[in-house]
Write a protein that binds this ligand. Structure first.
Ligand code: CMP
Length: 153
């Protein structure tokens, strides 16, 4: 019980510090702290594999991860981004299609706090920066599509 309480207050302190969560109420943050599961990875571990199905959302509480993406079947995955403490990933598979859009691998030791699909939907998914999150590659694609539509109308 004591450990449980201590963990909860550590998680609370951490989730309060996550910039994207600053509009969440204490009540919601407390629920997030209740449901999350701490997971550990070592250097090179795949946390997420592109193309797999996924049901979980990750917040990095310690360490760094590398995001890569394979653009076509015969290409090597290309580097997209490095994420660190307070950053999150895995939201794309929780919006609509459940397929992972990129690989995420550990750089050294990594600790993540993992939230399941249902809790994500109830507690976090409504945040503007989650539901509207678009990555540069998609932004470029969306812009080109919008331009093409404009010029063809
Ligand atoms: P998801 O598709 O569920 O799993 C892979 C995750 O990598 C994805 O959610 C995003 O959270 C993250 N991701 C995808 N593309 C990028 C990018 N260009 N930059 C940073 N993170 C990304």
């Amino acid at each position: 019980m004591r450990t449980g309480l201590l963990k909860h207050s550590n998680y609370m302190e951490f989730v309060r510090s996550v910039p994207s969560f600053k509009t969440l109420t204490e009540d919601v943050l407390s629920k997030v702290a209740d449901v999350l599961e701490e997971t550990h990875y070592s250097d090179g571990d795949y946390i997420i594999r592109q193309g797999a199905t996924g049901d979980t959302f990750f917040i990095i509480s310690d360490g760094q991860v590398r995001v890569t993406q394979q653009k076509s079947a015969n290409e090597e995955p290309a580097f997209l981004s490095t994420l660190s403490r307070g950053d999150w990933f895995g939201e794309q598979a929780l919006k609509g299609e459940d397929v992972r859009t990129a690989n995420v691998t550990a750089i050294g030791d990594v600790t993540c706090l993992v939230v399941d699909r249902e809790s994500f939907k109830q507690l976090i998914g409504g945040l503007d920066n989650m539901s509207n999150k678009m990555y540069e590659s998609e932004e470029v694609k969306a812009k080109l599509e919008a331009e093409a539509a404009f010029f063809s109308s």
